[in-house]
Design a protein around this ligand. Structure first.
Ligand code: LLP
Length: 412
């Protein structure tokens, strides 16, 4: 069930704008749908917390039994502080330092290594330990070039053809490869790319190469519909094929293995929206510009990936439609949430809701132009509560000044 418009209006009134609103019930629903689509007895859903690290969302997913895909020390410490156990977390960072590796290992978290160079350094420092290896499946897919992670042109994963080099390092140092991993891209649009990537990983996941496997991790990338022409992929149908293929694989491998996935968007994208307020309507010859109190540093997907986000005028849903450029308050021409978008008449002071903003929106945000990030409100059982407050400009500046001027001798 969608959050009632009256509640959204109340949230905008009570907490001001811009404000992100997250529907925890929708996240629970998405998690349940995901588990139903992949009914494997040892399914593990490691939420890709890079999509949205809001603590209420993390706690909700933890209570449902999810694990975590962490990609930075910040992710790791945030997940631990929300109560995830180290054994619930897989650490899949790219281009890390030795210090970062040590920080992760000190927490007892499984490292997922994505280069031969890092594997060698890991093996020297942590011989005879369990480890997961990220391979590049060589499958190219994703809803935008910037977020395709498989294939020769990306920086991710160990090449499949390097499996013998991997084995040498493993054998020389007594490492136990307990998992193999791949992630093809975000918003996978080709119907067979998940299965093809799985085939590639399963082709190297033999007893001879890796006798200690306990799981295979096929990453995230499960697409959600953003634009009006996009429909929801039938993951239940796809799940049947994936379960059947994985089951066959485990019989060949000779042992029951876990299947892991790392959805981000699928769990949170549709559960979020950004409420913004219109402050200026400007008629520039044949363009009508609708100016709002947010901007691209607070929701960058349209500007960065040409992503479509549905926008609703919740103050005037039945108004006569006109065509608008929905803009932000940042000093850049590209600061647009939507171009040439037909919406019910927008008046100054109307509240707009930018939909499907629960993944990679707040999380990719920043304070460019020194505008504080929006607040975050969660809704559960149609009840709203503040999850994170929006700083005032003065508070933001105080924070920055503290970061810049409280430098002790020890930091030199
Ligand atoms: N696992 C790994 C190793 C990943 O790199 C990612 C996403 C995921 C899982 C989760 O992918 P998802 O299920 O959310 O598609 N900022 C972009 C998406 C970047 C995804 C980065 N990696 C966007 O807004 O579309």
């Amino acid at each position: 069930m969608e959050i009632a418009t009256s509640l959204l209006k109340n949230i905008a009134r009570k907490y001001g704008t811009p404000t992100y609103v997250y529907d925890l019930d929708r996240i629970k629903h998405q998690y349940q749908l995901f588990c139903e689509a992949f009914p494997w007895p040892t399914l593990r859903v490691c939420y890709a917390m890079k999509a949205n690290y809001n603590h209420s969302i993390l706690t909700t997913l933890k209570n449902l039994g999810a694990g975590i895909d962490a990609v930075s020390p910040g992710d790791l410490h945030m997940a631990l502080s929300c109560g995830f156990n180290p054994s619930d977390i897989i650490y899949t960072a790219n281009n890390i330092t030795d210090a970062e590796m040590d920080e992760v290992m000190a927490e007892g978290v499984l490292m997922n290594i994505d280069s031969l160079s890092r594997l060698e350094r890991y093996a020297k420092k942590y011989p005879n330990t369990p480890v997961c290896l990220r391979f590049n499946p060589g499958v190219v897919d994703g809803e935008h070039d910037k977020i395709k992670t498989g294939g020769d042109l990306t920086k991710f994963g160990i090449l499949l053809e390097d499996v013998d080099k991997v084995k040498t390092i493993i054998c020389n140092n007594g490492l136990k490869v307990t998992g193999l991993h791949e992630h093809t891209g975000s918003g996978l649009i080709k119907p067979d790319s998940i299965l093809t990537a799985m085939e590639r990983i399963m082709s190297i996941a033999t007893r001879k190469n890796f006798p200690d496997l306990t799981f295979l991790d096929f990453g995230g990338g499960f697409k959600v519909p953003y634009g009006p022409d996009e429909t929801q992929v039938d993951y239940k149908q796809m799940g049947i094929r994936i379960m059947e293929r994985f089951s066959r694989f485990t019989r060949t491998y000779g042992r029951q293995l876990g299947i892991w996935f790392e959805p981000g968007k699928y769990l949170t994208a549709q559960a979020g929206q950004l409420l913004v307020k219109v402050n200026t309507i400007k008629h520039n010859r044949n363009r009508t510009i609708c100016g709002t109190d947010s901007g691209f540093p607070q929701l960058i997907r349209p500007m960065f990936y040409d992503a479509h986000h549905t926008i609703k005028n919740i103050s005037n849903p039945k108004g006569k439609p006109f065509v608008y450029d929905i803009c932000g308050n940042i000093c850049e021409t590209g600061d647009l949430f939507a171009k040439d978008r037909s919406l019910p008449e927008i008046r100054e002071n109307d509240i707009l809701s930018i939909k499907d903003a629960g993944a990679y929106c707040y999380a990719m945000g920043g304070t460019y132009n020194l505008r504080p990030m929006p607040g975050e409100v969660i809704v559960e059982n149609q009840k709203a509560s503040l999850s994170r407050k929006r700083l005032t400009s003065r508070q933001l500046i105080d924070l920055i000044r503290r970061e810049s001027f409280d430098i002790t001798d020890a930091d030199d």
